[in-house]
Design a protein around this ligand. Sequence first.
Ligand code: BES
Ligand code: ZN
Ligand code: ZN
Length: 477
Amino acid sequence: MYPKIIVQTELKTGDNLILLTKSLQALPERLISGPEMKFIKEQHKIKVEMIPFNRLDHWVVIQFIPEEKEANQRREKCRLAGDKIQLFLNEHKVNQVTLCDVDSDEGETMALLEGMALGTYQFFKYKTDKKGVNTLKKISLNSKKIGKKTLTEFNAILNGVDFARDLVNEPNSYLTATTFANEIESMAVKAGITVELLSKKKLEALQMGGLLGVNKGSHEPPVFIILEYKPSRHRNKQPIVLVGKGIVYDTGGMNLKTESHMENMKTDMAGGAAVAGTLLAVAGAKLPLHMIGLIPATDNRPGPRAIVSGDILRMHNGMTVEVINTDAEGRLILADALSYAKRYDPELVIDLATLTGSAVRAIGKRAIAGMQSDAKKEFDRLSSSGAEVYERIVELPLWDDYGEEIKSDLADIKNLGGPEAGAITAGKFLQKFTSYPYIHLDIAGPSFLDKRDSYRGQGATGVGVRLLMGFFKQKTS
Ligand code: BES
Ligand code: ZN
Ligand code: ZN
C-alpha cells in the first residue's frame, strides 16, 4: 500500500515538512529561523540539494529542484529526489509529512511526490517479522497550484501500479491462473469494471489452440480474463483493447529453462498485471474511455501431456502454428487474445508482454521495446508519454521481410525465428493475428529488478501502468 496523499490547505506547527524550491530566496522566512537559514545557505553553497534538519519534535527537509534544463529529465531527477527523501523519513520512523511547493511547478511537485510514493512500496506479505515495514503512511500536499482532480488521478495511478506490483511479486505457489483471475475479479468488482472469466470448456469451444496448447503441460486449468470499463460518457466510439501476457510461471515447458533463466519467471504475467492495474487506474480516475482488457492466463510447464517441438497447433483464428520451442509460449497465448480482440472492432490494440530475452539483451532493464503496425501517430504519442513518466520506449521495426524468419514448411507459421532479432520476429508473429491499429510492448526487461533501483524498487516495477495512464490522460484532456 502506498501512503495516502491528501490536500492540506494550512500548514500546522509541529508537522514534518518538505519545502520544495528552486532558489534560496523563495524560501519563506516565517517558516525558517535565522540559524537554520545560515545552515541552509552553507549547504546550498556546496551544492547539497537535499537538506534535512531536526527540530526535536519534527523534521524539516529543504529540497532544491535539481538543475536540469530539459523538463522530462528534471522531473525524473525530482522523482529520484523524492525517493531519497522517503528513505530518509522512513529511516527516522516518520509517519506523516507535508509537502509544500514553495516555487516548484506542478510537474516538479507531482514528480517528487511520485518518487516518494513509489519508493515506499514494499512486499511484506510473506515476512513474519514486520519490523522493517515503512512508517510513512500519509503525505499531505500544501499547494495553491494543484487541484483535487490532479490528486484523484494521481492516487488512481498509484493504486494501479500498486496492484500490478503486488500481483507480480506473488510467487507461483500462491498465484495460479485461477487465483490470478480471482484477484483481478475482486479488484474489478470493487472498481466498477465488468469481468468475465472464460473457463477451459469455453476456451475449447472457442478453439483457443494457443492458450490450450501451452496449458497442456500444467496441472492447473487456464483462464481467459475479460475486463470491460464503459463509463456512460465515453469519448471513443470504438473501444481501446489492452492485451496482457498472463503466464503465471514460465518454466519453459518441455524446452525447460536452465539455471538462473527460470529464477524470476513469476514475472511472466507482468503484462497481464499491467493491463489489470491500468484498468483499475482508468476507473479510479474516471477517464471517459471505453476500454477492454484481455488476459490469457496459464503457467508453462513440462508434463506428460505437454506440447513438444514439432507439434502443430490450430489457433483461435484458424491459423496453424508449428511449435519449434515451447519456451516461446507467450506469443502462442497472445495470438489467441489478439484474434479474439477483433470482435470489439477496436480503435487501437496495445499488448504488454514479458515476451523475449532478446529485448532485454538489446536494451536492458531501463526501457520498453515497442513496435507498431498501422498506428504510427498513436505510437508517437505513447512514446512521448513514456518520456514524460520515464517508462521509455525504444522503437523496433516490423518490416515485412523480418516475417521470412517465421515461415514454416509444415504449418502456416512457426513460433520461433532465427537466433537474431528475436524481439522483432516475436512481434512479427503477433502481428499476423491482428487486423487493426496495433502496438506491441515487450516489457521483459523493465518488469522486474533483481536489486533496488531508486523509486522503481526491487522486484516488480508495475511498468506499463504509468505509461498507459499518461497516454490516456493526454487522449482525454
Ligand atoms: N518469458 C520469457 C521472456 C523473458 C525473458 C521474460 C527474460 C522476462 C525476462 C519468454 O517466454 C521466453 O522464454 N523467451 C525465450 C524464447 C526462446 C527460448 C525461444 C527468449 O526470448 O529467450
Ligand atoms: Zn518462455
Ligand atoms: Zn514467457
